[in-house]
Ligand binder design. Structure first.
Ligand SMILES: *Cc1c(COP(=O)(O)O)cnc(C)c1O
Length: 414
């Protein structure tokens, strides 16, 4: 008689066989993106000297300036802010919003409710006096997504005379039923917004989508895009940080918010080992491919075991997130605990749901990661509420995800 783990190993083999074509496509995209990054590194003459730390104000910090040029070049923007001082993806997005919007302006989200941690930034959580956009007199409204992309007809009715920023979130966030937005869908949405109102800016939340396709939002007209370095573009090596890429004048405005008005991006020393940000970007395309293959394996395995998954195993992906619906808190938490116990770091901890800043309900989070909370490393998390969906993402190496997923599947298999 074959045991449960043995049976799941058999399923994994079948999923891998069925996914061979998809895996090959993912490798091809990684080759294109690696070439793009390598060309930019050669063109900018990246050198050992660029990895030095600097102190104080960081005036004339060549490594910082080169890294920012590199990100801008790779993503198809004019300028960038790429720094350890950007504390997270939320911070990168909040700086972008506060840098671009002024009292009396209107912010329109055209991809439904933004990611959870942006609710307090916008003032959607009902709080007041916290310094949210709402406190600063910035109006907000949103248009929900359609199954196949942005609801252009509804956007037409929602744009106001004072609409200054249109927010487009690509990744699904903590949502089972919303797909991630492809670059082509972002392109269509931006073109539609442009046709409706020329004098507003499109800001793209690019978290989890970097290097999944062979282009990034600034290349299709996004005025600004932002994300986290402890997700895809840090390649698992970046120890912290975020990035903002976009049009020159807008990046300047945002730098005025990140640092101070009148100072901007010429200040901010590099106190971390900048090599990790350069090298992280260098391997990011490959690491993103590892994460994508891991997500496909997770989808295939869990679907065969009877759990609803989104996206479906063979669906074309535009982010690295795999949603798995467990239906009960026990199974959701059990799955995440197994992922944790098959992690290289803190495998001995038994994780429990807890309240985290920016999230309204308890969140369970398996992140046995080298970099704290890095979700380009194998991780699984989600708000513990019906229908009990865990969001799995990352994996620096597919081999790790395969081992952990087989164990986690065995922990919840019927
Ligand atoms: C992760 C994420 C964020 C926030 O990033 P943090 O680094 O966790 O602050 C914002 N939007 C989306 C879609 C994300 O996935």
């Amino acid at each position: 008689m074959i045991n449960k783990a043995g049976k799941i190993e058999q399923i994994a083999k079948r999923v891998e066989k069925r996914s061979a074509d998809l895996f090959a496509e993912i490798d091809a995209t990684a080759r294109i993106n690696t070439e793009k990054v390598l060309r930019a590194m050669r063109c900018l003459k990246v050198s050992d000297n660029d990895f030095r730390t600097t102190t104080g104000y960081g005036y004339g910090d060549q490594g910082r300036d080169k890294l920012e040029k590199l990100f801008a070049g790779v993503m198809g923007g004019e300028a960038a802010l790429v720094r350890g001082q950007i504390a997270s993806g939320t911070h990168a997005l909040a700086c972008s919003l506060f840098g671009l919007l002024r009292p009396g302006d209107h912010l329109l989200s055209i991809t439904g409710k933004p990611y959870n941690t942006l609710h307090p930034v916008i003032g959607l959580d009902g709080s007041s006096g916290t310094g949210s956009l709402r406190d600063w007199g910035i109006e907000y409204s949103e248009v929900g997504l359609l199954r196949d992309g942005v609801n252009i007809a509804a956007v037409t009715g929602a744009i106001r005379n004072n609409t200054k920023v249109v927010l487009i979130q690509r990744s699904r966030g903590y949502r089972f039923d919303r797909p991630s937005l492809s670059l082509a869908a972002v392109d269509r949405a931006i073109s539609a917004v442009r046709a409706l109102k020329a004098d507003c800016w499109c800001l793209v939340d690019n978290c989890y989508c970097e290097f999944v396709e062979d282009g990034e939002p600034p290349a299709v007209g996004a005025d600004v895009c932002a994300g986290s370095l402890i997700k895809n573009p840090g390649g698992g090596l970046a120890p912290c940080g975020g990035y903002i890429v976009g049009r020159y004048e807008l990046v300047e405005k945002i730098a005025g918010r990140l640092v101070a008005p009148g100072i901007g991006r010429g200040v901010g020393c590099t106190s971390l080992d900048n090599r990790l940000l350069f090298q992280g970007l260098f391997i990011a395309s490959h690491v993103t491919a590892q994460a994508l293959k891991s997500a496909i394996l997770a989808a295939g395995l869990m679907e065969e075991l009877g759990f609803a998954v989104s996206p479906a195993p063979q669906e074309r992906r535009t982010d690295i997130v795999q949603a798995i619906r467990f239906g009960t808190a026990d199974k959701m938490i059990g799955f995440c605990q197994a992922i944790q116990s098959w992690s290289p770091v803190d495998s001995f901890l038994t994780i429990e749901p807890a309240f985290l800043p920016g999230y309204g309900v308890p969140v369970v989070m398996a992140a046995g990661t080298f970099v704290q909370g890095a979700s380009i490393e194998l991780s699984a998390d989600g708000p513990v509420e019906p229908p009990y969906v865990a969001y799995l993402q990352g994996a620096l190496i597919y081999e790790h995800a395969r081992l952990a997923l087989i164990a986690a599947a065995a922990a919840v298999a019927p």
